[in-house]
Write a protein that binds this ligand. Structure first.
Ligand SMILES: Cc1cc2nc3c(=O)[nH]c(=O)nc-3n(C[C@H](O)[C@H](O)[C@H](O)COP(=O)(O)OP(=O)(O)OC[C@H]3O[C@@H](n4cnc5c(N)ncnc54)[C@H](O)[C@@H]3O)c2cc1C
Length: 381
C-alpha cells in the first residue's frame, strides 16, 4: 500500500496515522538502544516513502518537495531518527544521483534506492573538516582500472547500512574547490570499511559512522559528474537537503510543542500560557518558511536563501520549544525515558547537521548584502 501524495492534507493525515501507529511506539526504544530496527526502513519502503521525489520511471513515487517536507515532518514528530535517516537517503543521496547521474548510474541506483532495497548515504565531512568542505583531504587518483580513494569520512548518517555512499574526494588539496570530485561507492568495495559507530547525544539510533577508504578501488564510471564538479554537487545537494532537514526539525518542534501544550493544559497559568503562545508563534513561523522554500524549489525558482532561512529558524524553534517543554514539565522531564528529554537531545543536533547555524547565517548574510538595494522576492524573503 502507498499513500496518496495529493492533496497534501490527505498525505499528512495518512502519514501521521502510520507514524503514530508504527513509529512513535518504537521511539523510546530506538533512542535507548541506539539502534533502528531494520523493519522500520522496510515499512517506509512498503508505504512508498523511500521513493519520494524519485520519478516513477525509476521505480519511485514522484512527488515534489512539499510532499517530501510533509512526510519528513510527520515521521520526525514520531521519531527524529526515522525522519532524518529518510531525509539523508532521499535528499542528499538519491536526489543528486537523479540530477547529476548518467543514465547508467540512474538505472543502477535509483530503483533500488526508491524501493528501499538500498540505503543511501552522503559523505562529505571528515575528521577535522566540516563547515569548510573545500579543505577536504580524502584523495582520489586515476589508475589503469579506474579510481582509487584514500582517506576517511566522519559523522556519516546511514554509513553502516548504506548500499551506496556518495563520497567526495580531491585529486590534490592544493587545487582547492576545483580539485574535488564526487563518487558513488557501493557497499562491499574492496578497501572501503566502516571504522566506528559514534555514540551521540541525540538522534540516537541514526547510524553515524566513520568510513575509511584504504586504496578503495572503483571503476571509472563510479564518478558522479565531471572532474572538479564535486563541491558544487555537494553544496547543491545540501541546499535541497536543508529543506528536508528543516522539515525534520519542524517535526521535532511540533513534538516538543505537543508536550508543552499538554503540560500547560494540565496546569495553566498566565506565565505558562505566554510560553505556549511564544512557542506557537515560533512553530508557525518555521512552518511558513519551510513551505515557502519548498514551493520555490518545486516551482524551479531560486531557493537557497529560503532553504537556509527555513533551516536556521526551524532548528532554533525545535531547540527553544524543547527547552520550554522540559522547563514547564519540570523534573520528570529530565528523566531518561520521558519523551521531552529525548526530544530536547534530538533538537540539539539540528543546528549542526547539513550546515551549522553560523554557516546558515553566513549564507543568508552574504546573499542579502550582495543584493543590498535589490528586491528580495517575497517567496524567498
Ligand atoms: C548527527 C550528525 C549527522 C551528520 N551526518 C552527516 C552526513 O551524513 N554526511 C556528512 O558529510 N556530514 C555529516 N555530519 C557532519 C556535519 O555536517 C558537520 O558536523 C557540520 O558541517 C559542522 O562541521 P564540523 O563538525 O567540522 O564543525 P566546524 O566546521 O569545525 O565548526 C565548529 C563550530 O565553528 C563554527 N564555524 C565554523 N566555520 C565558521 C565560520 N566560517 N564562521 C562562523 N562560525 C563558524 C560552526 O558553526 C560550529 O559552531 C553530521 C553531523 C552530526 C552531528
Amino acid at each position: 500500500m502507498s499513500f496518496p501524495l495529493e492533496p497534501l492534507a490527505a498525505l499528512r493525515a495518512e502519514v501521521r496515522r502510520f507514524a503514530e501507529r508504527s513509529i512513535a511506539p518504537l521511539a523510546e526504544e530506538i533512542d535507548r538502544t541506539d539502534r533502528l530496527p531494520p523493519e522500520v526502513f522496510r515499512s517506509l519502503a512498503e508505504q512508498g516513502l523511500t521513493g519520494l521525489g524519485i520519478p516513477t520511471e525509476w521505480g519511485g513515487r514522484g512527488g515534489g518537495t512539499r510532499a517530501l517536507s510533509v512526510v519528513l515532518e510527520e515521521l520526525s514528530r514520531a521519531s527524529a531518527t526515522v525522519g532524518t535517516d529518510l531525509s539523508v537517503h532521499l535528499s542528499v543521496c538519491a536526489a543528486p544521483i537523479l540530477r547529476w547521474g548518467t543514465e547508467a548510474q540512474r538505472e543502477r541506483w535509483l530503483r533500488p534506492l526508491a524501493e528501499g532495497r538500498v540505503v543511501g548515504a552522503f559523505a562529505l565531512s571528515e575528521p577535522g573538516v566540516g563547515s569548510d568542505a573545500a579543505r577536504l583531504a580524502t584523495r582520489y587518483e586515476r589508475t589503469e582500472n579506474g579510481i582509487r580513494l584514500t582517506g576517511s569520512k566522519m559523522f556519516i548518517t546511514n554509513g553502516k547500512s548504506a548500499g551506496v555512499v556518495l563520497a567526495f574526494a580531491t585529486s590534490d588539496p592544493a587545487r582547492g574547490p576545483r580539485g574535488i570530485s564526487a563518487f558513488l561507492v557501493p557497499r562491499g568495495t574492496s578497501g572501503f570499511s566502516v571504522a566506528q559507530h559514534l555514540d551521540k547525544l541525540g538522534l540516537r539510533g541514526s547510524e553515524t559512522n566513520e568510513l575509511v577508504f584504504e586504496g578503495a578501488e572503483l571503476p571509472a564510471d563510479a564518478q558522479l559528474g565531471k572532474d572538479g564538479e564535486g563541491l558544487s554537487i555537494a553544496l547543491g545537494a545540501l541546499s535541497g537537503g536543508r529543506i528536508g532537514i528543516a522539515s525534520c526539525a519542524l517535526g521535532v518542534a511540533q513534538a516538543a510543542f505537543d508536550e508543552l501544550r499538554t503540560a500547560v493544559a494540565r496546569d495553566p497559568g498566565d506565565d505558562r500560557r505566554g510560553r505556549l503562545a511564544r512557542a506557537w508563534a515560533d512553530l508557525a513561523g518555521a512552518r511558513a518558511l519551510i513551505e515557502r522554500a519548498a514551493e520555490a524549489k518545486d516551482a524551479d525558482e531560486p531557493y537557497d536563501l529560503a532553504a537556509s532561512t527555513a533551516k536556521l529558524v526551524a532548528a532554533r524553534a525545535a531547540e527553544s520549544i524543547a527547552q520550554e517543554a522540559v522547563e514547564v514539565i519540570g523534573p520528570a522531564a529530565t528523566r531518561h525515558g520521558h519523551p521531552a528529554e529525548r526530544i530536547l537531545r534530538d533538537a540539539r543536533v539540528f543546528s549542526i547537521v547539513e550546515g551549522t547555524t553560523e554557516i546558515q547565517e553566513r549564507i543568508i548574510g552574504k546573499m542579502l548584502s550582495e543584493n543590498a538595494g535589490g528586491e528580495v522576492p517575497s517567496r524567498h524573503a
